[in-house]
Design a protein. Structure first.
Length: 143
């Protein structure tokens, strides 16, 4: 009886190892197919053929169209609540054409930096910079 136990034990372990190897070899195909069926939401067919470049004209046109949709939706909400609608084109022009407003504290700090730089340039015998032009340039670099 005990001699049969060892044979049965090794036979079960051997058969289990073979089944595990076959299953492991076939699992790669199954894992590659996860998320790529007919019911999948992200199989690549729902994407546009080419994404517009971030700074390109197509991206700017898409941004303008989305802003226009948002402003029109906001106007619809305003009308439903009984308030007067805003001019969509004027709002859009203000959003797209307005230069970013700088924080007054940031502008003052940059101005102090330019004044200190001018003092250092004068000590070195160099011509001072135009303070307002240099502040505008520094703020434009900061974005």
């Amino acid at each position: 009886m005990q001699s049969a136990f060892g044979i049965v034990l090794f036979a079960v372990v051997g058969v289990s190892a073979l089944i595990a190897v076959v299953t492991f070899a076939g699992a790669r195909r199954d894992y590659d197919r996860i998320g790529k069926g007919l019911l999948s939401l992200r199989d690549g067919t729902d994407r546009p053929p080419r994404e517009p470049l971030a700074g390109g004209p197509a991206a700017a046109a898409e941004r303008e169209a989305e802003l226009r949709q948002l402003l029109e939706a906001r106007n619809a909400v305003r009308e439903r609540s009984g308030r007067a609608p805003l001019d969509v084109e004027a709002e859009l022009a203000a959003l797209l054409g307005a230069a970013p407003a700088h924080d007054p504290a940031l502008e003052a700090e940059v101005r102090d930096l330019v004044v200190a730089r001018n003092a250092r340039r004068e000590r070195q015998g160099k011509a001072p910079l135009d303070v307002e032009a240099e502040v505008a340039r520094q703020l434009a670099e900061l974005g």
